[in-house]
Design a protein around this ligand. Structure first.
Ligand code: GLV
Ligand code: MN
Ligand code: MN
Length: 410
């Protein structure tokens, strides 16, 4: 079979070019969902879609689709990922999968080949969930995990709605988010963990993905003078929050309840050196491949909160995001493994610790993911990196697998 051949130089140049948008002095970059930087990144991708000869569509939740070949009424073979980032991020998370998809479209155009089925590349809105919760918002709406109206009404901490921010940046599209439910979906991504590098394996065929449960906890005690308030008479919201955060970390570290727990944000009020904190607000990120373990962790958090309430603290617990664990489609995993082996690249089956849009899209159609190495297993960090050869290899495997699907009879 003739496959479209990716242009490695163009792929790597485009990854660098997108990485320039939102880059920060001191390293890394920030391109939070629906900010001006996100708009610039989106505009760049739309320009590349046009250069590749793809038709461009934007749906009502701001997902962008570049579509090539076939009839728009035929379910496409889809790939895609996200270009929004966490704060001070690396340059590969999400962006790699999107740009590899753009490269596939351009390589098809240059090869003179025509797919039997449409091929779509999607840029999903707000994968990271840093500026708007829940995360995976664009793919969640496609999978009907959240209603479109509810998703559009989600607000930033300073009260800006998703809808108004989409309109502001010019990406409030017209089409329904479920218009392009694909026949199959593949997502290419960096591993964001240490397994592939440590085992000297080039490619990971992702067969499962951890679920997550995100919470925001707000504890209200009583702000008071740091010098005059005896220790036994304090209602210190900061200490209560720190102790709870540490207890939850210990449950994970000692009993894997759940597999991993992260307290990624933590804020005290009034946040002054000489005031006993009156309020503490922090977030919890529970992750596990076993949804039962996640539910147990949720119950544990709720019982810890009740203990604090019995001690006289006011506690507000808010769910920020939930996503169930996923087992990907075995047929697509075998296809990815077969394509990888036919190219002569080493591979292993792997479970993703991170969340991805494929987690949601897998509810709508057969889906799977492919990982390339993350140097030193580092991600969500400006030091995120992958050897160039591996980036090009992953894009070619994706191209071959997508092409096989787009030219198969079924
Ligand atoms: C996304 O990167 C996540 O796993 O939180
Ligand atoms: Mn990602
Ligand atoms: Mn990420």
């Amino acid at each position: 079979m003739n496959f479209p051949q990716v242009n490695g130089h163009r792929l790597l140049r485009r990854i660098q070019e997108l990485g320039q948008i939102g880059c920060l002095p001191g390293g890394g970059g920030t391109r939070l969902a629906l900010t001006d930087e996100d708009k610039q990144g989106r505009d760049l991708i739309v320009g590349w879609f046009a250069e590749a000869g793809a038709s461009v569509y934007v749906d009502k939740i701001g997902n962008i689709y570049g579509v090539l070949g076939g009839s728009v009424d035929t379910p496409p073979i889809m790939t895609g990922s996200h270009i929004d980032t966490v704060s001070r991020a690396g340059f590969l998370d999400g962006c790699y999968g999107v740009i590899a998809g753009v490269e596939l479209l351009q390589a098809i155009g240059e090869s003179g080949l025509t797919p039997d089925k449409p091929i779509a590349v999607t840029v999903f809105s707000n994968e990271e969930g840093v500026r708007f919760s829940p995360d995976l918002l664009g793919s969640r709406v496609i999978a009907k995990d959240i209603a479109l109206d509810e998703a559009l009404a989600v607000e930033t901490r300073d009260g800006k709605s998703f809808q108004s921010e989409l309109q502001r940046i010019g990406y409030a599209g017209e089409i329904e988010p479920w218009k392009f439910i694909p026949e199959s979906f593949l997502e290419l991504h960096i591993e964001q963990g240490p397994v592939l590098e440590a085992t000297e394996t080039q490619v990971g065929v992702v067969e499962a993905l951890q679920g997550h449960s995100w919470w925001q906890v707000e504890i209200v005690g009583c702000a008071n003078h740091a010098g005059t308030t005896p220790m036994h008479l304090r209602k210190d919201a900061g200490v209560a929050a720190m102790q709870l955060a540490c207890r939850l970390q210990e449950y994970s570290a000692l009993d894997h309840l759940p597999n991993v727990t992260t307290v990624g944000t933590f804020a005290l009020e009034p946040n002054a050196v000489n005031v006993v904190p009156g309020k503490a607000k922090f977030t919890i990120d529970f992750r596990d491949s076993d949804d039962g373990q996640l539910r147990k962790a949720d119950a544990l958090l709720q019982s810890e909160v009740m203990k604090l309430q019995e001690q006289g603290f006011e506690v507000k617990l808010q769910t920020l995001s939930k996503a169930m664990s996923v087992k990907f489609d075995e047929g697509l995993c075998s296809l990815l493994q077969g394509v990888t082996e036919s190219i002569g690249a080493s591979n292993r089956r792997i479970v993703s610790g991170a969340s991805h849009d494929a987690q949601m899209i897998s509810r709508a159609c057969p889906s799977a993911m492919l990982f390339v190495q993350s140097s030193k297993g580092i991600s969500h960090n400006p030091k995120e990196n992958t050897p160039d050869d591996d980036l090009v290899l992953g894009a070619q495997i994706l191209a071959n697998a997508m092409w096989t699907l787009a030219t198969s009879k079924s």
